[in-house]
Design a binder for this molecule. Structure first.
Ligand code: GLU
Length: 293
């Protein structure tokens, strides 16, 4: 049997807020409920979006809530050599190709096809550079996707399906600014850290099909996925660092953990923190009971 390894993978773009606490608590509970290991990975590849000191703040907040990883956290900014090696293997195997297109080029190619197709603010890549660069300078690297629906199962959301080529297109692995794309870094790291279960916020569910394609292209196993409910702010929008969600303070952890537990459908606990954690682990087992796990 493969031993359970889970992870919480925050981007240090700001401190932990009520929404990210839900994902952190859920991934910790799932690991504990399975008798597994729980890792923390600091996803600081998108350096322009990272905030100095935010990673340390997040780790301090997690510790204050009693969410302590079972190994020293890893930082994606230290792992460029692994990502480079993965990209080179994909290129050698004909699974990744160089792309010379600017945003304008992509818009023009889509317009020529009859429609500017977008998904969550991103243009669908029409595959222009699949045939080569025609003398243009390479900018980014993309994964060569295949045209068929990818089916996957989410342990909370159920059966999911996405045709990555049609809905997203060949997606970026290394960006034109030289930074590693989230998709490549997360798949390399989940593989390298032998993650068996990914528990994260539902806003990330849309990335899963892309990540599974990439795992297959790299010969990596696919973890089980569970996407947790999102916490909405008073305006009905998902809480996020970008819309100024307030940091959670661990000075009095139980009330905030109770809010996070309620968002996960778990009962409110009134005893000590230790009792609350034990009760939630049991409740999680019942509530998110996954046959065959
Ligand atoms: N770093 C991502 C975020 O904070 C999460 C990635 C993941 O859990 O796969 O949104």
């Amino acid at each position: 049997m493969v031993r359970y390894v889970g992870r919480f993978a925050p981007s240090p773009t700001g401190p932990l807020h009520a929404g990210s606490l839900v994902a952190a608590l859920a991934s910790w509970l799932d690991a504990r409920a399975h008798g597994g290991r729980w890792l923390v990975r600091i996803e600081d590849v998108d350096t322009p979006r990272c905030l100095a000191g935010a990673a340390e703040t997040i780790l301090g907040q997690l510790a204050g809530f009693g969410l302590v990883p079972d190994a020293t956290p890893v930082w994606q900014s230290h792992r460029g050599a692994l990502y480079q090696q993965a990209l080179e293997t994909l290129i050698t195997n004909g699974r990744a190709y160089a792309c010379a297109c600017s945003r304008k080029d992509i818009e023009a190619a889509l317009a020529a096809q009859g429609a500017i197709r977008m998904r969550y603010g991103e243009l669908v890549y029409p595959g222009t550079c699949r045939q080569g660069l025609a003398g243009r300078q390479p900018r980014a690297w993309r994964l060569l996707t295949d045209a068929q629906p990818l089916l996957w199962n989410d342990d909370r959301l159920g059966a999911q399906q996405q045709d990555v080529q049609a809905d997203v297109g060949d997606f970026v692995l290394r960006r034109a600014d030289g930074l590693w794309a989230y998709q490549l870094a997360v798949v390399v790291d989940d593989g390298d850290q032998r993650i068996t279960h990914v528990v994260r916020g539902a806003d990330l569910a849309d990335n899963t099909a892309r990540q599974i394609l990439l795992q297959r292209a790299m010969g990596l196993p696919t973890p089980q996925y569970l996407h947790t409910p999102l916490v909405l702010g008073p305006n009905g929008e998902k809480l996020s660092k970008q819309n100024g969600a307030a940091p959670v303070s661990a000075s009095n952890p139980l009330p905030l953990l109770n809010d996070a537990a309620m968002a996960l459908g778990l009962p409110v606990q009134r005893g000590s923190l230790a009792d609350a954690r034990s009760a939630w682990i049991l409740a999680w087992r019942d509530f998110y009971n996954r046959p065959g796990d």
